[in-house]
Design a protein around this ligand. Structure first.
Ligand SMILES: Cc1cc2nc3c(=O)[nH]c(=O)nc-3n(C[C@H](O)[C@H](O)[C@H](O)COP(=O)(O)OP(=O)(O)OC[C@H]3O[C@@H](n4cnc5c(N)ncnc54)[C@H](O)[C@@H]3O)c2cc1C
Length: 336
């Protein structure tokens, strides 16, 4: 089958921030063979190729001159069962939340804390999605990715993905890899992970099931995060900064109330939302774009805000946080 490559496609409805932008070339791929053809098309036309899932972690600041490849590879199935654990595979284009719900319907747990994260299965490893005490790396078994340069497919183990906090080798700007399929190791026997405070509080003294955890996560998320279909946003706009004990000590002298959490290598994680709130950005708007009034970590777009306006506001926030706390914030979504 030949590819249906479109020209001059508007991107507003293809990413959750909803900024007006467009791409010169656009194609949707539903199989590995279509993905291969799309990669070959980009090469033969000397186009930069950008894989896109649900568009919930991107900012488009300008017209994209290359080929956007919408990853729509579907399919999910149980492939093996070993010692109370089940290996499940899902195509990269599957909706993440629908996949979580499907796993629960199969009686499989492990994904419930990651309920309601927007986007696709294939993008989940890119920044090692995480929420409520669980990260993708905790439940992933392996993944298959297509190399744009060599046109080979490689199976990656968890270690090979080099996962970190909102990081993986796939998030590097020069990564040639396009994720096609992901395998997960899920449980038939429920092992609840409830150490994240709002969960432990809301579920205290209740008979906990995976479905109840999922419902509770959905409830907490809906109460504090804006629904992108109502108010454009890309979720957390900045990573939570990880700093040294010495830096923390200095900050505590001026701000003894700063919330901080232990991180790897004897470091400390701060809540970026708290820092932004203390710089008085919460609920503040710069034209069409602003900082969400319930969660200062989320930059929102009332409708017609451009990606450049979003990034201008992000720069203002980062500068002020740097000035006030001496901490450099890092933008979480990928900017194009
Ligand atoms: C309201 C809201 C809440 C959110 N909450 C969370 C949260 O709790 N935790 C969290 O970690 N994230 C969260 N996010 C961020 C986002 O949902 C995740 O990062 C998600 O995994 C992005 O998926 P996507 O399909 O939308 O990716 P996209 O935005 O389409 O793409 C993101 C990046 O991945 C690349 N990419 C996409 N698919 C592939 C592929 N198959 N192969 C190679 N590269 C690919 C793209 O080129 C781009 O660079 C939230 C976002 C929103 C809007």
């Amino acid at each position: 089958m030949t590819l249906s490559v479109k020209r001059q496609v508007a991107l507003q409805s293809h990413h959750t921030l909803g900024c007006p932008a467009s791409t010169e070339y656009w194609v949707e791929v539903r199989s590995l063979s279509e993905l291969t053809k799309a990669v070959q098309y980009a090469k033969s036309h000397q186009l930069t190729l950008l894989p896109l899932g649900g568009g919930s972690n991107v900012v488009f600041t300008q017209h994209f001159e290359g080929l956007i490849v919408k990853i729509a590879i579907q399919g999910k199935q149980i492939v093996a069962q070993q010692n109370g654990q089940v290996i499940v595979e899902a195509g990269a284009g599957e909706s993440w939340h629908q996949f979580v719900c499907w796993a629960l319907q199969q009686g499989l747990s492990g994904l419930e804390n990651l309920s309601l994260i927007p986007g696709t299965v294939g993008a989940a490893p890119i920044q090692n999605i995480g929420a409520y005490g669980v990260e993708l790396k905790d439940v992933m078994e392996s993944l298959w990715a297509f190399n744009q340069e060599t046109e080979e497919i490689k199976q990656f183990s968890v270690d090979e993905c080099q996962f970190g906090y909102r990081e993986s080798i796939f998030k590097q700007p020069d990564s040639p890899w396009i994720i096609a399929k992901v395998a997960f190791r899920l449980n038939t026997e429920f092992q609840p992970k409830l150490h994240y405070y709002p969960l432990s509080q809301l579920l205290a003294d209740k008979p906990v099931t995976p479905e109840l955890v999922s419902d509770t996560v959905c409830y907490i998320r809906s109460s504090k995060l804006p629904d992108p279909s109502v108010l454009g946003n890309a979720g957390s706009f900045f990573k939570n900064p990880v700093i040294s004990q010495a830096q923390l000590k200095a900050i505590l002298q001026s701000y003894p109330e700063v919330p901080h959490y232990p991180a790897a290598n004897d470091q400390v994680k701060l809540a970026a939302g708290w820092l932004i709130e203390r710089c008085n950005f919460k609920g503040q708007y710069l034209g069409e774009v602003g900082v969400h009034d319930k969660q200062a970590l989320v930059i929102v777009n009332k409708g017609m805000g451009t990606g450049s306006e979003v990034m201008a506001l992000a720069s203002q926030i980062a500068e002020k946080v740097s000035e006030q706390f001496g901490i450099e914030l890092e933008v979480e979504p990928r900017v194009y």
